[in-house]
Every structure is written in C-alpha cells, then in structure tokens.
Design a protein around this ligand. Structure first.
Ligand code: ACO
Length: 434
C-alpha cells in the first residue's frame, strides 16, 4: 500500500474546521481514504452498516473485481487455477505461501498435510454427544472448536511455527470431520483416512466407503470435487472471513476462529445458499412453474428470493459459476444424468432470469451456488452437507487470512462503533410505579 499524492478533505456545512485525510493506493482496485483519525479529530464516527464502503484491512491474498467478474488468488485468475493450476492442495499452498509450489515443495506439502489427516480417537465421543439428526454445520461448529482442546502444543498464536502447524492441522482434518459428520448422521461407522489417496479422493473414500464395500475412485468425480474446493477456497473479506479475522483479532486460537467462521457461513445469505438454491429448484418442481415463481421473486412482499442469484460484490457473471456450470455438464455426462430434470430446470430458470428486466437492471447474475448444489447432489453428497463442503474448502482461505492478520503490524482488536438511537439516561422506577 502506497500513499497517494491526492488527499481527501472532509468539510462541514456548519463551519467546523475541515479535515484532510490520506489516501492509499493498492496494487489494483479502489483506493482507500484513511479515516482512523476522524473520531479523535472531529468526535464523529462513520456510518456504514454492512461495510458497503469500508476496507477493514489490507490484504495480498485474493482480489475480486465485481464489475468485471474477475477473481484472482495471489494474482492468478481463478479460471487458470481451476483448469491448469493442479489440484486443491496446490491452491492451498498458493493461498498460504503466496506462490505456487514447485514439484519438491508440493511433494513436501502434500506429505505434511497427509500426515495430519487423522483426528484424535476421542473426537468420536464429541460426535456421539450430538443428536443423530443434528445439522452437520452445528456438528462442525462444535467439533472444530473442540480441536483446540487437543492441541495445546500449537496454540501460541505469536509463534509462527505454531501458526503453521495449526494451519496444516485444520486443512488436513476438515475432510475427516466433515465425513464423520455425514457418517454419524446416517448411522454408518466412521471411516479412517487413507493416506495413499489424493485430498479429494480420500474425502470421497471417507464419505462413501463402508466396512463392507470400498469406494471405487472415479477420476471425473474426484476432479469435480477438487474444482468445488478450488473455487470456494477464498473470497477476500466476505462475512465468514471477516468473522474469522474479528474473532482472531482478540488473540483467540485458530480452531476457535475457524469455528466462528463456520457459524457465520451457515447462514442462508452466505454459505447456506447452495442448499437453499437446490431446495428452491426442488420446490419449483417443473419448468411450467417458473413464471409463477419469478412473479413471486419480483413481489417485494413475498419474501421469496431467487437463491443462487445476486452477490454483494459481483455485479457481473460470477467467474466461479461459469466453471461450476462446466463441471456440472461433465459430472452429469459421466453419470449418464444429462437429462436430469433439476439441471434442465436450473438452465431454464437461468435463461429466463438473465433476460428479465428485474434481474438485468439490478445486475443479478448466477453465483457459484446456483450450480454447485446440482454437482454435489450428483456426487452423492446430501443437501444438508453442502455448506459443510463449502466450510471444508474455505478453511484454507480463513486460515491464510487469519495468518496474514496476525503478522500485520497494523492489526488491532476489531471494535466497530455505533450510532446510538436508544433512550438517553433515565431513572429506574420501583416495580409498582412502572
Ligand atoms: N432474488 C431477487 N432479488 C434479489 C436477489 C435475489 N437473489 N438478490 C438481490 N435482489 C434484489 C434486492 O431485492 C434489491 O432490490 P431493490 O433494489 O428493488 O430493493 C436489489 O436486488 C439489491 O439487492 P441487495 O439486497 O441490496 O444486495 P446485497 O448486495 O445486499 O445482497 C445477496 C447480496 C445477500 C447475496 C443477495 O443477492 C441474496 O440474498 N442472494 C440470494 C442468496 C445467495 O445466493 N447467496 C449466495 C451469495 S454467494 C456466496 O456466499 C458464495
């Protein structure tokens, strides 16, 4: 970040002295006005619910140009990473370290992650404490938070080695925990990881093997899962990542911070959208019902939204949605499901929405969740686990952002302020007088 020669001046119509504020330039994207001295100088806060115009940190991990529909991890376009960038663990290495690994670095990284895939045997007792129909996200919030109680040896956030070990543990153990949450919900025994398989193939093995039948790896399906993970690995300062940073700003340990991120991701406006998009398609049921559904979406009083459409940052086609659409074709083709009615419905709905004035004028395009639900369903992943898969993918982004924050000398505990609109000071009355 460099200082701009231009300064911003804030002036007041009541004649109060104006305030000059520095402007900083990033490498790409909007400049920022440094308002840190605003309160000390003027006694005023800024008001920005939803952080519509607020950069809460500086970061060199992920860049999004929402108008162009561009997503870069460490400068590399997501399209190139998804197609030529190797597997998910290469993306993890890139997000964590800033560069793609060479062959030796990759081999070492894969071996390190692979050696941490098992969870402590006692973790099983945590799972058994949950109702068997518990939502996997509640299980994940609990069990990821619980990991902190197993790793006292690596919780000193001021020690770079501890931070590194925690990062690896989280990336390595998330697939195991997500698969355990699934197995628990269907009453099957937990399946141990297999270290001879790739990250994604191992996850499918833990999901779909049973003691009676091994899972036969299908390369097309494993690649599809890998792509889901790459596309969801990071997305700059979204709600869950900001939650991880805010939790981490107090010095909380990384397992607790990631558990907080998972809790935030659970919401239907964020990670829950792929589950909601698939349920929406199931509810619409057939192409004939689309016009009525679109009518409801346009009616503000109905509360109905076209799930999987719209994005706070993308005001163009989400680049991840294009890649996910491609994967969707490949997977359905591989499984002989080209005529899948839900996919046909999604295509028809997308076409109608992209031509409709309501969506066009609001720049509402499909986001990645519109297609990822269909792909996951085809892979055999139950709807209730979709957000868990998202959490699994996003863990590397969260942990890379958390590590970046801890190493940032400008980092402070996050403490937003407020515009208070409640009662002024008043006297407590005895109960008989209230
Ligand atoms: N369906 C119908 N109308 C919509 C939708 C939608 N999916 N999204 C936005 N709009 C409308 C709003 O009603 C609003 O209309 P108005 O100007 O007439 O009042 C206008 O478009 C702008 O919408 P905002 O709510 O201001 O946009 P915001 O940036 O706050 O919301 C959000 C973004 C939350 C993602 C929203 O588009 C949404 O709820 N989409 C559906 C849920 C979804 O798919 N979420 C996934 C996000 S991506 C991810 O987490 C990986």
């Amino acid at each position: 970040m460099t200082n701009s020669e231009i300064k911003a001046t804030l002036s007041f119509s009541d004649g109060s002295p104006s305030l000059e504020m520095p402007i900083y330039k990033g490498t790409v994207g909007p400049d920022v006005i440094d308002i840190r001295k605003l309160y000390a100088t003027t006694g005023m806060f800024t008001y920005d619910p939803g952080f519509m115009s607020t950069a809460a940190c500086n970061s060199s991990i992920t860049y999004i140009d929402g108008d162009k529909g561009e997503l870069l991890y460490r400068g590399y376009p997501i399209e190139q990473l998804a197609v030529n960038g190797g597997d998910f663990l290469e993306t993890c290495y890139l997000l964590l370290n800033g560069e793609l690994p060479n062959a030796a670095e990759k081999e070492k990284f894969v071996a390190t992650v692979t050696n941490h895939t098992m969870v402590h045997e006692q973790m099983q007792f945590f799972f058994r404490g949950f109702r068997r129909d518990a939502h996997p996200m509640s299980v994940l919030v609990g069990t990821v938070g619980a990991l902190a109680s197993f790793y006292h040896d690596s919780l000193d956030i001021n020690d770079p080695h501890h931070r590194e070990v925690s990062a690896i543990r989280l990336i390595a153990k998330m697939p195991t925990l997500v698969a355990m949450a699934y197995k628990y919900s269907i009453g099957q025994p937990f399946v141990y990881p297999r270290n001879d398989l790739s990250y994604s193939a191992n996850f499918m093995h833990m999901m779909f093997s049973t003691p009676c039948a091994p899972y036969k790896t299908n390369e097309v399906l494993v690649r599809a899962l890998d792509r889901i993970l790459i596309l969801h690995a990071d997305h700059e300062q979204n709600a869950s990542t900001s939650t991880v940073r805010l939790a981490g700003s107090s010095g909380a340990n990384p397992f607790a911070c990631i558990a907080a991120g998972i809790a935030c991701l659970w919401g239907p406006a964020h990670g829950g959208a792929n589950e909601a998009a698939l349920s929406m398609l199931e509810e619409i049921g057939s192409v004939d019902h689309i016009p009525e559904f679109i009518r409801q979406v346009k009616d503000k009083n109905s509360g109905v939204k076209l799930m999987g459409f719209g994005h706070r940052v993308y005001k163009n086609y989400d680049p991840r949605a294009k890649l996910m659409r491609e994967t969707c074709y490949e997977v359905l083709q591989e499984l002989g499901l080209q005529d899948d009615p839900l996919f046909k419905l999604a295509m028809a709905l997308e076409k109608i929405a992209l031509e409709d004035e309501y969506f066009v004028s609001r720049k509402l395009y499909p986001n990645v969740d519109f297609y990822s639900g269909i792909v996951q369903r085809a892979l055999g992943i139950p709807t209730s686990l979709f957000t868990g898969i998202f959490a699994l993918a996003r863990t590397v982004g969260w942990i890379a952002q958390w590590k970046e924050m801890i190493s940032d000398p400008e980092q402070k505990i996050g403490r937003p302020r407020q515009l208070f609109v409640g009662s002024q000071t008043r006297e407590v009355q005895p109960i008989e007088k209230r």
